[in-house]
Design a protein around this ligand. Structure first.
Ligand SMILES: Nc1ncnc2c1ncn2[C@@H]1O[C@H](COP(=O)(O)OP(=O)(O)OP(=O)(O)O)[C@@H](O)[C@H]1O
Ligand SMILES: [Mg+2]
Length: 289
């Protein structure tokens, strides 16, 4: 499902003293199957943008095309339920939305709400648990008896159970320890590969954006100010620092080496592996001379 935003604006609380323009001039194309990271300061409009991806919010100006759906400002869209199945949103701290007595019931809630028979849903719980790296031991437990990381996985399993084509993630690793973060990010990457899902991820971690995304969108004060591959985005370190954004540690390390030794690496080092490779090439060059 391709996603296209044309001249989208969103205002909250229109015609009240609290009216707030949270998004404007949004033009963006997200190709089916791509992995897009959205970064930007707090209040820059990231969550507002995400909620337009399944019609939870509608534009106050412009048009959002989501596959066959067109959502236009001022037009009431009635049939949004099927769209909500195609685009699954995992909000920040999704574990706060768990509510059933057992993990099984919680995961089955979504698919049953969309018409799957109870026994069919139950028959697939194991598969959904496996997708998020949980064992069947948790199946009959209360979701509230699990660790924070496990609860979050259950909540994500509930979204995946609806078999969305697009998975939208609002800071899914917030508050997890480094190992938990890495496991969760690897899980999304493998889902994208296995299921050919489109992933749109909001993150505050430049490392996550650099390592996993095909494309990065930078938002600033309600609009998109930069867009490109991680290489394109992280080539312009000063630009990012100017926007008040962080830069991956690996890029800062690369800069320090380049300055110290008066050399220039061929491309931005987005991961530790990139650093190791660039250093190997540098040493090989030094040896030859
Ligand atoms: N329900 C609302 N009513 C009025 N203003 C809102 C509402 N929700 C968000 N805003 C405002 O819209 C702007 C964008 O908010 P949004 O939540 O999209 O930012 P964000 O980039 O997701 O921030 P964060 O990184 O803190 O999650 C902010 O100025 C915010 O105060
Ligand atoms: Mg937000």
């Amino acid at each position: 499902m391709d996603i296209v935003f044309r001249d989208v604006e969103h205002r909250y609380q229109v015609n009240t003293p609290f009216e707030k323009r949270a998004l404007y001039d949004i033009h963006v194309d997200i190709r089916s199957g791509s992995y897009v990271a959205v970064i930007g300061h707090t209040g820059s409009g990231k969550s507002t943008f995400l909620q337009h991806l399944n019609g939870l919010l509608q534009p106050t100006k412009g048009t959002v095309h989501l596959g066959d759906y067109t959502i236009t400002a001022g037009k009431k869209e009635k049939q949004l339920k099927p769209l909500r199945k195609k685009v699954g949103i995992v909000f920040q701290f999704p574990e706060h939305q768990l509510f059933e007595e057992t993990v099984e019931k919680d995961i089955c809630f979504g698919p049953m709400n969309f018409g799957m028979k109870e026994e069919d849903a139950k028959a697939r719980v194991r598969e959904w648990l496996t997708l998020v790296g949980l064992s069947e031991d948790v199946r009959h437990k209360s979701p509230f008896a699990l660790s924070g990381g496990q609860m979050r996985r259950v909540a994500i399993a509930g979204v995946l159970a609806m078999e969305p084509e697009v998975l939208v993630l609002d800071e899914p690793t917030a508050g997890l320890d480094p190992r938990g973060r890495k496991e969760m990010m690897e899980m999304f990457a493998s889902l994208q590969q296995q299921k050919r899902m489109t992933i749109v991820l909001v993150t505050h971690s430049m490392e996550e954006a650099a390592r996993y995304a095909d494309e990065i969108i930078i938002m600033h004060q309600g609009t998109i100010v930069r867009r490109g591959t991680p290489e394109q985005i992280f080539r312009h370190v000063d630009d990012l620092l100017h926007l008040g954004l962080d830069v991956p540690e690996t890029i800062l390390f690369q800069r320090a080496i380049e300055q110290k030794f008066g050399v220039q690496f061929d491309a931005p080092c987005l991961t530790m592996e990139d650093i190791v490779q660039s250093l190997q090439m540098l040493f090989a060059r030094v040896k030859r001379t």
